[in-house]
Design a protein around this ligand. Structure first.
Ligand SMILES: Nc1ncnc2c1ncn2[C@@H]1O[C@H](COP(=O)(O)OP(=O)(O)OP(=O)(O)O)[C@@H](O)[C@H]1O
Length: 310
């Protein structure tokens, strides 16, 4: 490689000041972000959190807590009334221009009757790199083939998207994000309506993408799976109630604060402090979060829940 470089390049390099790489390149930084819709409703108020590169972060909150609004703000679909969002140390518009942000939608947000082939959906991830006529180049076709291969959907390439199962559709939209080469991937409820095997396959893929240095923000109601695969969590209810590493953020006290009376609790008082026995189960969906009377935050976790607090 060095041998092939021209002498001009070599001189240019010699003159360039040597810069140390930044200690930690930020993945996503949300500072004081406030979104007010046209009808005057403020869906997000002074929300702040940071996510490093090479991480998977759960975005957790009740319906209407502002998760989709936050996604829309990160994608530049809604403007901020106040605050700032920075993506890969640049602005939202720079990230959009670079196709850096990919989005995997909720199933309900997609019109499955639209007649389109699986490979065409994945090709949409390449649109930002194509000219006005959207004529795919060989490298676009290769990126689509590789993305389909990575989510094990190659045999379905010529099928209509509407003919696929819920889990298969999710994998196709993940392939679209891969074809886009998105460095920041926003996933809206990726596990809703998928079986345990597909969920495990998606989690494996997300972990591999994390190891490539990408940033994943995953909105989910499956509390139990969060500690399994998310390094970090952001708890949202119109503003950020807690954010940081999962083991410090995902505590009973924080989850109760986030969900208020919405969360279902099951307490097992006799299990308190005994190794291996759950003391409490919190659930917002089909995968509950089980709390044992040991480990970090033990005191607050093992505290019995009174009727008054439910
Ligand atoms: N375009 C809009 N105009 C006005 N209000 C809106 C708009 N979109 C969302 N909202 C309101 O903003 C709040 C947050 O909505 P948002 O969709 O961000 O919540 P969410 O956490 O994604 O909910 P869910 O879990 O149900 O998907 C809600 O009260 C909602 O009614």
């Amino acid at each position: 490689m060095t041998m092939m470089m021209g002498s001009t390049d070599a001189k240019h390099r010699a003159r360039r000041p040597v810069r140390e790489p930044p200690a930690q390149v930020s993945g996503l930084s949300v500072r004081d972000a406030t979104v007010t819709y046209r009808n005057g409703h403020t869906a997000l108020e002074s929300a702040s959190f940071d996510i490093p590169r090479g991480s998977i972060t759960a975005l957790v909150g009740v319906n209407g807590s502002g998760k989709s609004t936050l996604f829309k703000a990160i994608m530049g679909f809604v403007g901020l009334a106040k605050g700032e969002i920075s993506i890969l140390d640049g602005s939202v518009s720079a990230a959009l221009k670079a196709n850096a942000v990919a989005y995997v939608p909720q199933s309900e947000d997609v019109d499955w009757n639209f007649p389109v082939l699986v490979e065409d959906v994945v090709m949409m991830g390449r649109y930002g790199r194509m000219g006005v006529f959207r004529r795919p180049s060989p490298s676009d076709r290769q990126a689509v083939a590789e993305a389909l291969e990575r989510v094990a959907m190659t045999p379905f390439a010529k099928r209509q998207i509407g003919e696929l199962s819920g889990g298969q559709k999710k994998r196709v939209f993940l392939a679209r994000a891969l074809a886009q080469e998105g460095q920041v991937i926003l996933l809206d409820e990726p596990f809703t309506g998928v079986d345990v095997k597909t969920e495990a396959a998606i989690i494996d893929l997300l972990k591999a993408l994390r190891d490539e240095g990408r940033v994943m923000l995953v909105s989910t109601h499956n509390l139990g799976s969060v500690p399994e695969f998310c390094d970090r969590a952001v708890l949202l209810n119109r503003t950020v109630l807690a954010a940081g590493p999962t083991d410090t953020v995902f505590t009973r006290a924080n989850l109760e604060r986030t969900f208020g009376g919405v969360l279902r609790h099951f307490d097992f008082a006799s299990g308190q402090g005994e190794s291996g026995r759950p003391t409490c189960v919190l659930t917002d969906d089909e995968r509950p979060f089980v709390i044992y009377g040991e480990g970090k935050g033990d005191e607050e976790r093992a505290e019995p829940l009174t009727e008054a607090r439910r």
